[in-house]
Write a protein that binds this ligand. Sequence first.
Ligand code: UP5
Ligand code: MG
Length: 193
Amino acid sequence: MVPKVVFILGGPGAGKGTHCKKISKEFNFVHLSAGDLLREECARPDSEYGALIEEHIREGKIVPVDITCSLLERAIQESANKKFLIDGFPRNEDNLEGWNRRCAKNAQLLLVLYFNCPLEVCSSRCLRRGAGGSGRSDDNAESLHKRFHTYLSATQPIINRYKELNLVREIDSTQRINKVWSDVKKIFNELEA
Ligand code: UP5
Ligand code: MG
């Protein structure tokens, strides 16, 4: 059986990671955050790509897809599970091309879960998280400005592409966490039915 995947997309701070953790506790999906995998790679002292990744993250730029795909492929291969949430990927044309070239034939895309949230709300969430000591080098006003630019110019067109393919389920993620979670849960209950 080929692995089944759900892509999780939405603006920086929209609530992707928060809800992926909840989904993976309640449903039989492994949470793979592309951003977390890149941050872990960056923290490895002997990483060939550490400096490049760190610079891209701070500047809100998207890391070349072969690096991200290698990390995702390894995580999928190392897991005994066959269902994955891929959080924060694919976020530009290069990501989409790389996924289609390297991974699409070895995986079944079930749907794209899109956390829709205005950027003002995203901004205050990320700044609050940064002020609370997230340790993320991109939770500051300057990096956020760049992350939002990348999101609007590069990621939204990818979401629109999947909308045209009828693969997107949209969540209003401005709501309180419990309400967002109940909307997310409905979708996963349907998926598992
Ligand atoms: N929060 C969440 N939901 C809330 C709610 N409903 N009400 C009130 N508060 C809510 O949430 C953010 C904060 O908001 C938290 O404090 C949470 O408690 C609160 P979170 O769930 O962390 O949101 P998320 O959407 O995961 O935000 P994140 O900051 O992780 O999004 P990004 O997409 O910007 O970050 P990511 O880690 O995916 O990527 C970071 C960088 O890595 C990118 O900018 C890029 O440089 C690089 N990257 C790549 O190059 N390639 C990739 O494929 C992926 C990443
Ligand atoms: Mg996240």
